[in-house]
Design a binder for this molecule. Structure first.
Ligand SMILES: C[S@@+](CC[C@H](N)C(=O)[O-])C[C@H]1O[C@@H](n2cnc3c(N)ncnc32)[C@H](O)[C@@H]1O
Length: 265
């Protein structure tokens, strides 16, 4: 069954962050807590520790209601600005930041990142959460479909911009995906890093009972898009997923990681 494109208004009305967390990241029921999180968290651990990418400001584009992808970054940057298109997702981020008792429980994922860093006792895990809370200084609105994706907010240029599982949601085709990447370049310092991670060849995903469309992108299309958007690719990694998702969840068949840089001059 082909999935028709999901417009922004449907996201506004029907994307439920509680269902999203339950479907994908819940410690017991979540379907992305295996292969995907191992892939994405190991990549981020490597790039922000041994990979040597660090600096003052990191911008996170399209976080959803999630913080997992910032757990390594907070060791490498002084200041993280996170963002999402939806108010209901930004509210969930704010809840976690202010330790609201109803915030989502990311503790198993915090522990996993602490294990990668070699210190996963409960004190170290608590310190990691506190460090991330201190480092995230703003939660702002973003829109990948706008020429200025942060139009209502004045943004500094960052040393690094990351985005996980986001751009394929609003972008209808590879041209729109390329434009979104191009429009983000202005928010990077010359020589700044961009790190994008997502699933491959995915046409839909479910949040609770609601089906959302996804731009199905191949490795070749991705590589061309990043280059056409004006970045220099440092590393592009693609892996097939060993456990295919259930059809009532999604239809991706692999994961990608791309690290590129805005040219220095
Ligand atoms: C699959 S969720 C991913 C959430 C999160 N990044 C993660 O890794 O769990 C897709 C995200 O795309 C966001 N989104 C939808 N339309 C958007 C737009 N026009 N611009 C930017 N993000 C958008 C949604 O708000 C949602 O957070």
């Amino acid at each position: 069954m082909e999935t028709s494109y999901t417009p922004s208004q449907t996201y506004i009305e029907e994307f439920n962050p509680v269902d999203y967390f339950k479907t994908y990241y819940h410690p017991k029921e979540g379907t992305m807590t295996g292969d995907w999180l191992n892939f994405v968290l190991q990549n981020l651990h490597e790039i922000f520790t041994s990979g040597g990418v660090k600096g003052d400001i990191l911008i996170d584009f399209g976080a959803g209601p999630s913080i997992y992808h910032l757990l390594s970054a907070c060791e490498a940057f002084n200041n993280i600005i996170t963002s999402d298109f939806l108010q209901q997702n930004r509210e969930q981020l704010e809840k976690w930041l202010r330790k609201d008792p109803n915030a989502f429980d990311w503790t198993p994922i915090v522990k996993y990142v602490c294990e990668l860093e070699g210190k996963s006792d409960s004190e170290s895990c608590k310190k990691k959460e506190e460090k991330l809370r201190r480092t995230v200084t703003k939660v702002v609105k973003c829109d990948a479909l706008k020429k200025n994706p942060f139009e209502s907010v004045e943004m500094p240029q960052a040393d690094c911009l990351i985005s996980c599982l986001c751009l394929e949601a609003p972008c209808k085709d590879v041209e729109s995906f390329t434009n979104a990447l191009r429009n983000l370049k202005v928010f990077l310092k010359p020589g700044g890093h961009i790190i994008i991670q997502n699933v491959l060849n995915c046409t839909y995903y479910y949040v609770g009972k609601k089906r959302f469309s996804s731009l199905s992108i191949s490795k070749e299309e991705l590589e061309t898009a990043v280059k056409e958007a004006g970045y220099e690719i440092v590393k592009l990694k693609v892996i097939p997923c060993t456990d295919k998702p259930r059809v009532d969840i999604s239809d991706y068949d692999g994961f990608y990681y791309v690290h590129a840089r805005k040219p220095s001059a």
